[in-house]
Every structure is written in C-alpha cells, then in structure tokens.
Design a protein around this ligand. Sequence first.
Ligand code: URA
Length: 324
Amino acid sequence: MVGRRDLRVRDGNRSGGHATTRVMTAGDGIGAAVPADRAALLAALAWQVDIGADEAVADTPTDWSRPASHPMTVPVAENAGRSVDPGAGPAVPGGHPREIAPRAQAADGLMRPDQAAAPRTQGLQARIGETRERLGRVANLVALAESLDAYDGCTLKYTATNLVFSDGNPNARVMIVGEAPGEDEDRQGKPFVGPSGRLLDRMLAAIGLDRKTVYITNILPWRPPGNRNPTLAEIAVCQPFVERHIELAAPDCLLLLGATAARTLLGRTDGVMRLRGRWHAYRAPRRDIPVPTLATFHPAYLLRTPGQKRAAWHDLRMLKRRLS
Ligand code: URA
C-alpha cells in the first residue's frame, strides 16, 4: 500500500543477515499526498525499490520530521537489535526528514562519548574514557590486537567465534573501515571475506588496489549475533580500539564503508547518502594531523542496491585521484 504504511529500508552492512536499519514513511520524499494515477503510483513504488525499501512494517506512517520522542533518545540497551537505527540518515537523495531532528539530541548520544551524557550513560562514558587512556599506551598493532582479545567490555565477544582484527597491509596508504564481521568473517577471523568482501575486492581492483595495498578493519571486531545491527553501546565501547588502530596504522587516507563507520568516526548523525562524495577530515584523539577521509556505500548495501554503484564508483575515483 504505497503511501499508507511505514517501510523498512535495508541499509545494514553485513552479508547474509537482516541488517535493517531504519523505518521511513512511504510518503517521504514524494510528498505527503498519495499520487492519484497508476503511472505515478508505479513510479513511487519503483523509487522505493531503488532506495531499498522492501517491506511494509506499520500500517500508520510516522512523521520523522517531528523531533519529540525520537528513537534516538531510547537508551541503548533497550534499542538492541531493533530495526530502527537511531540517527539514521537519509534514505533518499536530498535527505530524509529525520536529519532535521535537532543535532543536540544526537550530540547527547553515545555517538560522541566525550560529550555530556545522560546520567544513565555516565558509567559507560567513564569506562570508555579509561579504555581510551589505556590504549594510548599501546605501542603497536600486535599489542593492540592482544589488548582487544583480552578486553571484556563488549558482550559481543561472548557470542562470536573469532576476533576479527584486520586484513591487508598495515603499512598501506589506504585504511578501510567497515561495520562488523558477518558470518564468514566470524568463522575465518578476517574482515570482508564473504560476499560483500568479494565485491569490495572488485571495487578495489577497479582502481588498481588490492589487499596488499590497503589495510582493512571494522568498527566492531566481533560479529553481532545473527548479523543484527550493533547497538550504540557496543559501538561506543569498541570505538577507542578503532581510533587507536587508525593512529597506529597511520594511513594517508581513510575509506569508511557504510553508515556505522562514517557516523562513528566522523561523529555525525547523517547518513552515507549525505556524507559520501566529498572529503572529510578524521581527527584521531592523539594525532594533530587530520586524516583525509572518504565515506561511501557499504558493499553489502551495493549488493542489494546496484543502482548506487555509480555513486560508489564516483567515490572510488576520488580516492584514486588523491592517491596518484
Ligand atoms: N561487513 C562489514 O562491515 N565488515 C566485514 O568484515 C564484513 C561484512
């Protein structure tokens, strides 16, 4: 029922799972009015298919442009594994109304652990601060991997089969950061070895790169069970590790794959649609010099939404130009 229901938009990143991340109103981007004629209805439907909306999830539409009681304010633990991703960005070219939600809400959230937090997150913030400080004394990547392996602060560790630390060349000029391991990665202990990894390899080959010339990691080193979306708390407690990882690898530039990597490292609540296609400056906590950073679509998203490959190709060419 186009125009009548909320739709589930697939934007998750892990292969094989149902990493649904946001719910949008069917009328988003096409105006509130339901198109009257058949051609307009078909065009609206095609548009929704293009953006990855593949399921009606509610009978009544939600007005995401209303800031009040936004899911972003839901405490992290309560939000675990749900289909709504707090702070989810645009699902449509031109932006999703949810981005209009006041930035203060996002800035209070766990995306920015160093900012003032609600009392119930203060213990978490303190732990994250301690981890960040301790990791500042970790001197190399081997020690960082050991530290991560010994870290008990993220419960994903207990459901995962393997720690997935990195792959590729730690001395490479390009460091790629994805979201979290999927089933294949969990089994093999290496990032991007499943279907999205195979697409990533093809994307890299198109600009003359491969695993000898890039270094690859994820925001989360353990697979979320059943490939569910990681919670903001899981992301927040692992963030100091990926930050230190980047400091120690010291790449010339970063390529962030998908919304989780882009939002976490750029400290933004926008979706990839907004963040891609231009250079950002990533500031590591202990480095003065910002790292030029490009965000683009996650390969798993591209597998489901091939219509966006052209935009991803544009981003890859930007990366190639910077390297040459
Ligand atoms: N998706 C990711 O984000 N990372 C992986 O390692 C595999 C799939």
